[in-house]
Design a protein around this ligand. Structure first.
Ligand SMILES: [Cu+2]
Length: 67
């Protein structure tokens, strides 16, 4: 399953890396690519193991806003 989530609050490469790392740790996530320019996160995951809400929660725990 692929999804794109709007993420607010990323302002540099460190933020991008932090979001990707946090989401990459969610079980079932196979790919996480954040874009500073678009203020979004492209994520691929196994929907049997991870829910979109878990991914958003990981973004929020890292300190950013996920719609
Ligand atoms: Cu930053």
């Amino acid at each position: 399953m692929k999804n794109v989530i709007p993420v607010k609050g990323m302002s540099c490469g460190g933020c991008k890396a932090a979001v990707e790392k946090a989401v990459g740790r969610v079980p079932g996530v196979t790919s996480a690519q954040a874009s500073l320019e678009k203020a979004e996160l492209a994520v691929e995951y196994d929907e049997k193991k991870a829910a979109l809400e878990d991914i958003k929660a990981a973004v929020r725990e890292a300190g950013y806003t996920a719609d």
